[in-house]
Design a protein around this ligand. Structure first.
Ligand code: G3P
Length: 218
């Protein structure tokens, strides 16, 4: 399973990239607004830090605008993945941009039928939004399960499932158990994945016992 981080904060991304655990990055207009910096500069900087796919979302909502913006974004770096919304125009733009050889992430996916269309449109990634479905009392993880089942039925559907809108450590575990290809995780959740009180307690004990031996390894 590949791990992407869901942020436009270059310093945070650089820190996480240094762990060697980061396979890519996703951004969206809200995350870009949050950092308050020039979008294309931010995308360029992220692409220099992380060699894997870096999702950069178009602002236009019409086909021509999305394709034009997608080409500009894709020209920033080889690892830019153009992000388009799951609309008819977005699906058409997806088909055009993937035919031109660009990676495309079809975002704002809230149903299995939408995910089927994204795959038919040649999407590199489809992003089902787990947390936002949970927010309205539905089961976001059930959507990932449905998409996995559908894609597994047809060898020609090669789109990767990118589980997005991840809010908890448990979401990451469940997405992995279902077989999502990628999970995009907010930095705090990514860091929380390593935490377990028994690990901390056990390590304290090992350090204390080692000191009692009076030995050194180096
Ligand atoms: O990048 C898209 C997605 O991960 C957004 O998450 O928490 O705003 O629903 P959230």
């Amino acid at each position: 399973m590949r791990f992407f981080v869901d942020t436009a904060d270059v310093a945070v991304i650089a820190d996480l990239a240094a762990t060697g655990l980061l396979d890519g990055v996703t951004t969206n207009p809200s995350l870009v607004a949050k950092v308050g910096r020039d979008f294309k500069t931010v995308v360029r900087e992220i692409c220099e830090v992380v060699p894997g796919p870096v999702s950069a979302e178009v602002a236009a909502t019409d086909y021509d605008g999305m394709v034009a913006e997608g080409r500009v974004l894709a020209a920033i770096a080889k690892n830019v993945c153009v992000k388009v919304p799951l609309t008819w125009d977005g699906l058409k733009a997806c088909r055009t941009l993937t035919t031109e050889g660009f990676m495309v992430n079809v975002t704002l996916c809230f149903s299995a039928s939408q995910a089927l269309l994204a795959a038919k449109a040649g999407a590199t990634f489809v992003s089902p939004f787990i947390g936002r479905l949970d927010d309205i009392g539905l089961d976001g993880m059930e959507l990932v399960r449905e998409i996995r089942a559908i894609y597994d039925n047809y060898a020609e559907l090669t789109t990767d499932i990118l589980a997005a809108s991840i809010r908890t450590v448990n979401h990451v575990k469940q997405a992995a158990m279902i077989g999502a290809d990628v999970v995009t995780v907010p930095p705090a959740i990514l860091q929380a994945l390593v935490k377990h009180p028994l690990t901390d307690q056990g390590l304290r004990q090992f350090v204390a016992d080692w000191e009692k031996t009076g030995q050194t390894i180096l």
